[in-house]
Design a protein around this ligand. Structure first.
Ligand code: B3K
Ligand code: ZN
Length: 861
């Protein structure tokens, strides 16, 4: 490593040295010689005769101060220092950039021939010299000049002017009247198909809606359009927030580092998060697209109108916007299923991050590469922190807080404290202790003990909170703990004798707290931390009987699912401890599984979740040293037992139902349970060949993939042929092929690693495309523990090789896929040393990116 990159600290925040009210930008596009002219006036905030601007990989052409060529400047590694400038002056800078050579997919780059930008977090500095920081807010006027082979020249805001130029070129000028930070700037130039529609806001303004997709993909855009209209309506109804420009554009591009980007009035999306029709997209895809379209739209208020003062405050906009998109999905669909989804993300990924070397508070305090902090902690735990405020204040109180937040801060760049203060002031609630959630990291544990006093008819709940050992903050957190007490018949008991907030919420503010319920006739079954009311681990010695009681009777369907998860986890733990691959299932578990089918819940999608065993990553969180082989075997063993136990029910359900191909919640639920049934039945002696073939030839992608994944998992004789056929049928559609790459990567056989390597030369594969890399290698490392953690270390080597290659090509993508190697300390000695060897090898790369440096350094030291 050449020079150790320096971390930036939240504690060192300084306001900007200058203000910029407005910026004029002209882009003269060309693949290797794009000229960017930036003009803006600077007003000094203090007496300073120089100015430092951010800029990376820029070729400076001219620099003028107040119209005069200015030569008193110094070029820095990541910017420019302009000396001898007056307090107030006009700056004009012309730079040249090469979008075609930009493989980082940050700044201005070419995605499959179309120009597009990605500026968050610090990509604008790859376009021109500017204050590339979120607290410098300006209005933008942008002129884009390009060849007519790019009919669409787009930027933020409203179109002001357009016209023809010489030599087959044309231009369009855009103006965004809302002040914004540079990270929300966007430009797109290309030839697309356009889907157009409109939305009339509640105050009667008509907004033009446009979705731009690759030529030939128009039939895959309507779902995103409907999702956008639903989002606009929902934000008006639930949050009283109306859209503010006359036009809203979404462009889908194929080369994109993440899901989507909320640039003002011009969202840029990964095509995987826009395009859908029944033949190519799964039910899950439909859901994800709706939620991401919503998320980016909701940012217009939470992120764009009110933005972050500095990047440490990222959760201000991301935690809040994830909370909002979760509520959107829950209001439109099933609240329980959405809660299960959100909690799965927390338990599978966030708890692991919190326990590993990259652990950080939702408001990080020390950052080398900001792109490394778009994490499950900032996003998902951030959303849980917002949700806890919602739980403590109730919907009405929370909405009052939101209103005050906008009244105070519209048009500003603010901090997480500003948000919490608005919530507190609007509801006259003391949230000072609550703010600790923004500083603390590591997953807190709630230890619960219960005592029933038959004579006094009281039920006592002792709750103690403890914190992760590596977190230096030891003060107690303010934790909302939702509870339900069930009587012997499974009926909820009226809670008396304790102070409750909004429904059934106990407030924990001390390290230890005792709650005594009165008038409790017989010993109840406690449903604790109902609906995951706080992002904590729960330690309570549930008996198997209590768990099966909750799984059958809890009011919350989420709580029932949770009880099933604990039952499965306890069962797997027993198998792992006994190193037994042939132990018997707890009778409580088998009886509750059967009863779920004897008395099916109305929502069959929930039933499919109830019978799903927790995944390897979630389960491994329960071990200091992850017993890879025993855990994989135990999961397999339990799945086989479930399949054998439920066989008659699954056959009956499967043969009694049909996939209608429809998209209603009922149709989706039936498909989910049919696929789950087929998955289990494929493990038994039942001959499922005909069903596999029938499903594999379905015109519905969810049904088709259900067959392929069941066949692969069970290593069914038909699986090879089915996979080949899919390749032939779909190799013209790369997004569909991503599903096929992902399937290949989950194959449980020892050949998997060679298959993955050989797929690098598949005509559809391309290492420079993040979607392909994520589908094939991301899936292999995250969802195939047995093969990734092969004792011979070949899985680790495969990942190390790829990261070394991506280090230069696309540091963000390289840094994203390294995660599974970082937690090497949690594995046995052999695996640990082989994982560490890969990290050490990467650490020795001479031009290691800051992105990788930061993670590897944290993991190794
Ligand atoms: N704000 C973007 C993410 C930007 C990631 C930069 N590495 C998408 C979103 O959260 O809506
Ligand atoms: Zn976001």
């Amino acid at each position: 490593m050449t020079q150790k990159p320096q971390a930036k600290l939240l504690a060192n925040y300084q306001p900007p040295s200058h203000q910029v009210e407005h910026i004029d930008l002209v882009f003269d596009l060309s693949p290797q010689h794009t000229r960017v002219t930036a003009k803006y006036n600077l007003i000094a905030n203090n007496e300073q005769s120089y100015i430092e601007l951010d800029g990376v990989d820029l070729k400076l052409i001219t620099l003028k101060v107040d119209g005069q060529v200015h030569t008193d400047y110094t070029l820095l590694v990541d910017g420019i220092k302009i000396n001898s400038v007056p307090q107030t002056f006009a700056l004009e800078i012309e730079t040249e950039i090469a979008p075609e050579l930009n493989t980082s997919l940050e700044g201005l780059y070419l995605s499959d021939g179309a120009y597009c930008t990605q500026c968050e977090a610090e990509g604008f500095r790859k376009i021109t010299y500017f204050f590339d920081r979120p607290d410098v807010l300006a209005t933008y006027k942008v002129t884009v000049i390009g060849d007519k082979e790019f009919p669409f020249l787009l930027s933020n805001g409203n179109q002001l002017d357009a016209g023809e130029l010489e030599e087959g070129r044309h231009f369009v000028t855009w103006e965004d009247p809302y002040k914004k930070p540079s990270y929300l700037f966007a430009l797109v130039a290309g030839d697309f198909d356009k889907l157009e529609d409109k939305f009339v806001t509640k105050s009667g303004r008509e907004v033009k809606l446009q979705i731009f997709v690759d030529k030939g993909n128009l039939s895959k855009a309507p779902h995103a359009m409907t999702s956008l209209q639903k989002s606009m309506k929902w934000d008006e109804e639930r949050f009283n927030l109306e859209y503010d420009l006359d036009i809203y554009m979404i462009v889908a591009v194929d080369f994109f580092n993440m899901g989507a980007m909320e640039n003002k009035g011009l969202n840029i999306f990964n095509s995987a998060c826009v395009l859908a029709n029944q033949e190519t997209a799964t039910d899950r895809d439909y859901h994800v697209i709706e939620s991401i379209v919503g998320h980016e739209y909701f940012h217009n208020w939470t992120g764009n109108r009110v933005t972050c003062r500095d990047w440490f405050q990222l959760s201000l906009k991301e935690g809040l916007t994830v909370f909002r998109d979760q509520e959107f999905s829950s209001d439109l669909g099933s609240r329980a299923l959405n809660r299960i989804d959100a909690v799965n993300a927390m338990r599978t990924h966030q708890f692991a991050e919190d326990a590993g070397p990259m652990a950080h508070p939702i408001r990080p305090e020390e950052v080398i590469e900001m792109n490394n902090f778009y994490t499950v902690t900032v996003y998902n735990k951030g959303a849980e922190v917002i949700r806890m405020m919602h739980t403590l204040l109730g919907e009405q109180g929370f909405q009052k807080g939101m209103q005050l937040y906008f009244e105070r801060h519209d048009g500003q760049a603010v901090t997480c404290d500003d948000f919490v203060n608005a919530m507190a002031d609007a509801t006259q609630t003391d949230l000072n202790q609550f703010k600790l959630w923004y500083r603390q990291f590591g997953t807190p544990t709630l230890h619960v003990e219960t005592y029933y006093d038959a004579e006094a008819r009281t039920y006592q709940l002792d709750i103690k909170q403890t914190h992760a050992t590596n977190d230096p903050i030891s003060e107690p957190l303010h934790v909302p703990v939702a509870v339900e007490l069930l009587d012997e018949q499974g009926q909820p008991i009226v809670l008396e004798g304790v102070q409750l907030k909004h429904g059934r919420v106990l407030e924990l503010t001390e390290e230890a707290h005792r709650f005594v319920f009165h008038n409790v006739e017989s010993e109840p079954t406690p449903v604790l931390l109902e609906d995951f009311s706080a992002p904590c681990l729960l330690e309570y010695r549930y008996s198997l009987a209590q768990l099966s009681h909750i799984a059958k009777y809890a009011t919350s369907y989420y709580a029932r699912w949770e009880a099933m998860q604990i039952l499965f986890t306890q069962q797997i733990r027993t198998y792992v401890n006994a190193e037994a691959q042939n132990g018997n299932m707890f009778s409580e578990l088998s009886s509750v599984l059967v009863s779920l089918f004897e008395h099916k819940p109305d929502d069959l999608a929930i039933l499919a979740e109830y019978i799903s065993v927790p995944n390897f990553d979630t389960l491994s969180g329960g071990y200091d040293v992850v017993p890879v082989d025993a855990l994989c075997q135990a999961i397999k063993h339990l799945e086989l037992q479930i399949a054998q136990l439920l066989e008659p029910y699954l056959i009956a359900f499967y043969t009694d139902t049909k996939d209608s191909g429809g998209l209603s919640a009922e149709d989706v639920a039936i498909r989910a349970l049919r696929n789950k049934s087929l998955y289990y039945l494929a493990l038994t002696q039942v001959d499922v060949s005909a069903w596999l073939c029938e499903q594999a030839s379905s015109l519905n992608m969810t049904t088709k993939l259900g067959a392929l994944s069941s066949a692969l998992n069970a290593q069914h004789a038909l699986s090879d042929a089915m996979m080949q056929e899919f390749d032939v049928q779909w190799n013209h559609d790369l997004l569909v092929m991503d599903k096929w790459f992902a399937l290949q990567a989950t194959s449980p056989t020892d050949k998997c690693i060679d298959v993955v390597l050989s797929l690098y030369s598949h005509p559809c594969f391309d290492k420079s495309n993040p979607n392909r890399v994520r589908a094939l290698v991301g899936t292999f490392t995250r969802s195939n523990p047995q093969q990734f953690h092969r004792p011979d270390g070949k899985g680790y080597e495969l990942l190390g090789d790829l990261i070394a290659e991506l280090n230069e090509l696309n540091p963000q993508n390289a840094s994203r896929i390294i995660t599974p190697l970082l937690s090497f300390k949690r594995f046995d000695e052999n695996r640990q040393s082989k994982m560490r060897a890969q990290l050490e090898r990467l650490a020795a790369i001479s031009n290691l990116s800051d992105d990788l440096y930061e993670k590897i350094d944290r993991a190794l030291n």
